[in-house]
Design a protein around this ligand. Structure first.
Ligand SMILES: [Mg+2]
Length: 268
């Protein structure tokens, strides 16, 4: 399906949201609320975006959640929006008012993740620019800063390490923006995390009066877009209009995400 530029369809969005009693706004973090930067620790959401999110989260009819590949404690610390829900590690850990969820299999597979983390660190030590990030339940190997000609070596070493545990069904690997991710092999993703959040916070009888909005920019957000479309929500990709995606709408940049949030705030 062809994506539509969000602001071209604003009259419809306005109609769908204005006066709505239950608004669930869920956002990815990196690349959605922050521009993509070289070092993951430097990715910071702008003050204006955080201020706007706080204002939105403070409204009675709104439930705000951040659904990120980062560790939950990391996004929580970066945003510290009271009353918000934080889903970290692609939803393997979720925390919000009255909710503390850790996927049971994630705990079980933790020792393997620990081992792979050690081996990856050793294997990548002599390659400049590789950052092995230990996010507790998942691992990320960032290679944005690696020289072009060294990249094949990074991929080769990574594959060598992950091949066996992946074959054994213990882990799965995904490729994001200049990053390899290692996750425990659990049939779980951002889409399932969203379903859990809705189930927990929006009682069944109120779901028909609910509008669910999701903003994301990367491949792991596709599972979220699918679930949001299924719930007749508003799925928004932060990216290029010609991108292959499940999202129904797109915005060009994190700057436009801020514009959207400011406009959304007026409708709530
Ligand atoms: Mg992202």
């Amino acid at each position: 399906m062809q994506m539509e530029y969000l602001f071209n369809d604003w009259a419809w969005i306005d109609k769908k949201i204005r006066g709505q009693k239950n608004v669930v706004l869920l956002c990815d973090y990196d690349g959605t609320l922050t521009p993509i930067v070289d070092l993951p620790e430097l990715a910071v959401a702008g003050k204006d975006i955080i201020k706007c999110l706080r204002r939105i989260a403070g409204k009675n009819k709104v439930l705000l959640g951040i659904v990120s590949g980062r560790a939950m404690s990391d996004i929580k610390e970066r945003l510290s929006i009271s009353g918000a829900i934080y889903a970290g590690n692609h939803g393997l850990e979720i925390e919000g008012p009255g909710l503390k969820f850790v996927h049971p299999l994630a705990e079980e597979l933790n020792s393997i993740l620990r081992l792979i983390n050690q081996v990856l660190n050793k294997a990548m030590k002599d390659i400049r620019g590789v950052i092995v990030e230990d996010k507790g339940m998942t691992l990320s190997v960032h290679y944005r800063l690696v020289d072009e000609q060294t990249l094949p070596e990074v991929h080769r070493r990574f594959e060598n390490i992950v091949r066996l545990p992946r074959m054994m069904g213990k882990i799965k690997t995904t490729a994001g923006k200049k990053v390899h991710e290692v996750r425990p092999a659990i049939p779980w993703d951002k889409g399932k995390a969203i379903s859990l959040i809705v189930e927990k916070y929006v009682p069944k009888h109120r779901r028909k009066d609910m509008v669910l909005i999701y903003l994301g920019d990367d491949r792991t957000d596709e599972d979220a877009f699918k679930v949001v479309n299924h719930m007749e929500g508003i799925s928004i990709l932060v990216g290029k209009s010609e991108q292959q995606t499940e999202a129904r709408y797109y915005l060009n940049s994190t700057q436009e995400v801020l514009t959207f949030l400011l406009e959304l705030d007026k409708l709530l």
